[in-house]
Design a protein. Structure first.
Length: 239
């Protein structure tokens, strides 16, 4: 179908291309940069190894090609836009509590307040706020995100695409876990963004096939068990 200068082609998945858009880039705003998710998949493969210790030899070609594609695609697109080719720039991932204050400034200064406070759909703000130790903001976002929807069954999260929306539940559960426990830089940090007034009893997995079980009531840890035993110097409580 021709519309003005655009020639649009729609296939069964709803992906559209337009003559006005850069070659190879969909003009669908939701999935136009979906190719970038290959880096996320590569990262999850590496995390699988980190947590389980299992062999990921079969995944290494994918991981390698994902980085190669991102590097080559980035250079081509950068040259087309500016005429210059700069070095590979991988996305920044906030590594959690204890990192540079500039990371929090990046979120607070460079991001509109209305966006930070958005909890709907696949919004990842609760994850970002948990990583940055913004407990009160994370608390509000997680309550808004994973409360029961207007359906017959609980935990059927309403979303922008359908209900129950697994994007809401998925990002919500990641955010909830990041509020409870973060494992970065060889450390296990408990309750980095967990409200003092919330009681909790949880069992989570950490790198190195480690299982962490903790029960906390009225702001105090009642029981805590790690299997295998974690060196106390690698276990941090709170922010």
């Amino acid at each position: 179908m021709k519309v003005g200068r655009s020639v649009e082609i729609t296939i069964f998945s709803g992906i559209c291309w337009s003559a006005d858009y850069e070659v190879g880039v969909s003009n669908n705003p939701s999935i136009g940069r979906l190719f970038g998710s290959q880096l996320e998949n590569a990262w999850m493969m590496l995390q699988y190894y980190q947590f389980s210790g299992n062999d990921i030899t079969d995944y290494l070609p994918f991981i390698e090609q994902a980085v190669i594609f991102y590097d080559e695609n980035f250079r081509i697109r950068e040259k087309a836009r500016s005429g210059n080719v700069s070095a590979l720039s991988l996305p920044t991932v906030w590594a959690g509590i204890g990192q540079s204050i500039s990371e929090k400034n990046t979120l607070l200064i460079a991001t509109p307040k209305a966006y930070i406070e958005r909890s709907g759909g696949w919004s990842q703000n609760v994850i970002h706020c948990a990583r940055l130790g913004m407990t009160e903001t994370a608390k509000k976002l997680i309550v808004d995100k994973i409360e029961d929807g207007p359906f017959r069954f609980p935990a059927f999260f309403p979303g922008g695409d359908y209900g129950p929306d697994h994007n809401v539940g998925g990002s919500g559960m990641i955010g909830l876990q990041e509020m409870l426990m973060q494992t970065h830089g060889g450390k296990i940090r408990l309750f980095p963004a967990w409200p003092q007034e919330w009681d909790v009893d949880f069992k989570l997995h950490a790198p190195g096939r480690t299982i962490v079980e903790v029960k906390r009531e009225q702001g105090r840890i009642v029981t805590m068990k790690t299997s295998p035993r974690v060196d106390p110097t690698n276990l941090i409580i709170g922010q």
